[in-house]
Design a protein around this ligand. Structure first.
Ligand code: SAH
Length: 220
């Protein structure tokens, strides 16, 4: 990919990204690190070329295989909730999708591990992160319900697909003090949760209503 395409022009330019970050601030995102990483990271390269001019609207967009790239507000909100935990260095992401959220996380923490059940999406995300010169991400094709035990425990786990209940393996792979940021519930009635592990157990906070694709079993 040329540098020119990475930087963007017009509707995909730095100025458009800065306007997006300003809107995110108006919507209540206050972590300056999150806002500045989102103003820096090209979102348009993660969507189909035909949709590039819409990449900085606050909307989810199709990425094929019935999946969507998450809305910028949701990416910002989940990232901010996760960073509030303090010393977040190692993060597990479930549902790589386009890789956009992965890129944002990778610029803010030391190490990201990401798991995706659809191999074509995982491969594409891997190539795009390589082009962005992001090297601190481990990719795995697998069922996210199992987490990635070899690298556990994690300071934070972020899930981009909604199960009905938090998968027990993900809860187990949190460090003490770690947080799981995850949408839970049936289509149309989901809420974003932040579940914090402490020495005694787990504390569940309900954050706000959200719309995510379902968390599906198995791989393909
Ligand atoms: N944050 C991503 C959103 C991707 S959509 C982005 O901005 O692009 C959610 C992704 O979760 C989809 O790619 C879907 O295939 C994946 N997914 C759903 N259930 C999963 C599971 N059990 N394990 C791993 N990935 C899963």
């Amino acid at each position: 990919m040329t540098n020119h395409r990475l930087q963007g022009i017009g509707m995909t330019s730095r100025r458009t990204r800065e306007r997006m970050a300003a809107r995110l601030r108006d919507q209540g995102i206050h972590d300056q690190r999150v806002l500045s990483v989102m103003a820096d990271t090209p979102r348009h390269i993660f969507v189909d070329e035909a949709l590039e001019s819409r990449a900085y609207e606050d909307t989810a967009l199709p990425i094929g295989h019935n999946q969507t790239i998450s809305q910028p507000y949701i990416v910002a909100k989940m990232t901010e909730l996760l960073l509030e935990q303090g010393n977040v260095r190692k993060v597990l992401e479930i549902g790589t999708g386009s890789g956009y959220q992965t890129a944002i996380l990778a610029k803010l923490v030391d190490q990201v591990y990401t798991v995706e059940r659809l191999d074509p999406l995982l491969r594409k995300a891997k190539d795009l992160l390589w082009e962005l010169n992001i090297k601190s991400v481990g990719f795995r094709h697998g069922d996210g319900a199992l987490g990635w035990p070899e690298h556990a425990p994690y300071d934070a786990i972020l899930a981009a697909a909604a199960p009905l209940q938090p998968p027990p393996e993900l809860l187990k792979q949190l460090s003490i003090g770690g947080v799981l940021v995850i949408p839970l519930g049936l289509d149309g009635q989901q809420a974003l949760h932040r579940i914090t592990r402490d020495a005694e157990g787990y504390v569940d906070e309900t954050i706000e209503p959200v719309y995510f694709v379902p968390f599906l079993p198995g791989v393909s």
